[in-house]
Design a protein around this ligand. Structure first.
Ligand SMILES: [Zn+2]
Length: 458
């Protein structure tokens, strides 16, 4: 496979490990994922077992192999058993002892039981960051203690996490500690699924954690309504990070590229860290996956009245409904759907407690019947997308607790449920080359996977 080498060699993106910045994802569509469990379709997953030559599975296995990611060749940490004698001599360790933390143990008791004097225990517990980390011990953890010929403690090793351990050693009289970071090997892995019953089921069949599917929903949630739009036969592919230590997968990381085919329309997203170091998901054409407006301002709610003509319950006649009503419990937080500035905040006739937010020169959003306002904000305050501005209530002309939400373009009311929202911050033109270069291997990999899975369907 020609692609294989190319993809592999292109894959050596800089390692960022867990210290890397998380993409700036808003609270977005957690509610959607919350509701996903109820989507009533059924799922089958293209899941590989032992590949047989020429079978669809072998195609899949090939696709999988071609995508198995880079090994970054980071130095593996020497564990205690592999330490050389020279090292042991250097640190003056004559013999090692391992103590295991039991439930209810304190560091002091554990060490004193191992025969370590109080002065040294005190020295360990008060040794800055390393000392603080030492005092947080967990049942089942092992602590390695190294003693010299006289039985004096000269080394202490405590593995806190696969990529982090605490190391104490004796320097003359002082027993000094440090936290040692051991980078994990980063690989890229992929999974694909076809929705037969629910997205969560398809994801589980594909071996994806719930966390990963939530991330997928957040990425595509701006373009796809995961509650209403998902259909049987929709499919997805996810390329994500996984971190390994000595061949064992320690944890998964972020999604770096993904594809979601919804009702025949293919959506793609790639993760990109710009020249300023900000990470965000973009469509391959450089537009942000994130839109300037959230689809809905209340997280846990149901739509009780849509935009357009309707019978008005309190007026007793047909009239045009200029917004969307979300029924929710009194006190449910209301979020600004976009970055903007509060231009009105107060009692407003039938609207009751009311907020109007202006987003640039064209757009504004209105929120009515509030129980109360968020504290610390007033007319003129800047608010960010997703920021809580008030709480659902039933003030003004209202029959029960709900939010009446309006979306206005140049003062005209639009349906916020069908409106095409503008994207935010596309890749600036001067960074287009850098962007294209960075995402090329990911796009190629999605293409390869598409071909592999298309071959399965034939
Ligand atoms: Zn309304």
């Amino acid at each position: 496979m020609k692609n294989k080498t190319r993809i592999r060699s292109d894959y050596s993106t800089p390692l960022d490990d867990s210290s890397g910045k998380r993409p700036n994802l808003h609270w977005g569509l957690r509610w959607a994922a919350f509701t996903l469990g109820f989507v009533v379709l059924g799922v089958v997953m293209a899941k590989s077992q032992e590949p047989v030559a020429g079978s669809p599975d072998s195609v899949r296995a090939q696709a999988r192999d071609s995508l198995q990611s880079e090994s970054l060749g980071l130095p593996a940490a020497a564990d205690r058993s592999s330490r050389t004698e020279a090292e042991a001599r250097e640190s003056g360790v004559a013999n090692w002892q391992t103590v295991t933390v039991s439930r209810g143990d304190t560091l002091a008791r554990l060490l004193e039981d191992a025969g370590i004097d109080r002065r040294t225990v005190h020295e360990i517990a008060t040794a800055g960051d390393a000392g603080r980390a030492m005092t947080r011990i967990h049942p089942g953890d092992d602590i390695d203690l190294g003693f010299d010929e006289t039985g004096r403690l000269v080394r202490l090793d405590y593995r806190k996490a696969p990529d982090r351990r605490i190391e104490f050693s004796r320097d003359g009289e002082a027993f000094e500690g440090q936290i040692v970071k051991e980078p994990l090997e980063r690989r890229l892995e992929h999974a694909s699924g076809v929705i037969r019953s629910s997205l969560f089921q398809a994801a589980a069949d594909a071996g994806l954690e719930d966390r990963m599917i939530m991330e997928l929903v957040r990425i595509f949630g701006w373009d796809i309504d995961f509650v209403l739009d998902i259909r049987r036969g929709d499919r997805f592919t996810v390329i994500h990070e996984a971190f390994y230590k000595e061949g064992d997968r320690v944890r998964t990381g972020d999604i770096v590229a993904a594809e979601f085919e919804n009702r025949g329309t293919v959506h793609r997203a790639v993760r990109y860290t710009d020249a300023q170091g900000d990470t965000e998901y973009f469509a391959p054409d450089g537009t942000s996956m994130r839109k300037a407006f959230l689809r809905t301002p209340v997280e846990f709610s149901r739509i009780s009245s849509r935009f357009g003509k309707r019978y008005h319950p309190t007026l007793g006649r047909m009239r045009n409904h200029h917004g969307v009503d979300y029924a929710a419990r009194t006190g449910t937080p209301i979020r600004s759907t976009g970055d903007g500035r509060i231009v009105q905040r107060g009692r407003n006739g039938g609207y009751g407690n009311f907020i109007l937010i202006r987003h640039g020169s064209r757009y504004s959003t209105a929120y009515a019947h509030l129980h109360r306002y968020a504290s610390g904000q007033r007319v003129g305050s800047r608010v960010e997308q997703g920021e809580v501005i008030g709480y659902v209530g039933s003030t003004g002309r209202s029959t029960g607790p709900h939010l009446h939400y309006e979306f206005r373009v140049n003062g005209d009311h639009r349906d916020p449920l069908t409106m095409e929202f503008p994207s935010v911050d596309p890749i600036p033109s001067e960074e287009q080359d850098r962007f294209r270069q960075a995402i090329a291997p990911l796009v190629a990999q999605l293409d390869t996977l598409d071909r592999a899975y298309a071959a399965l369907d034939e």
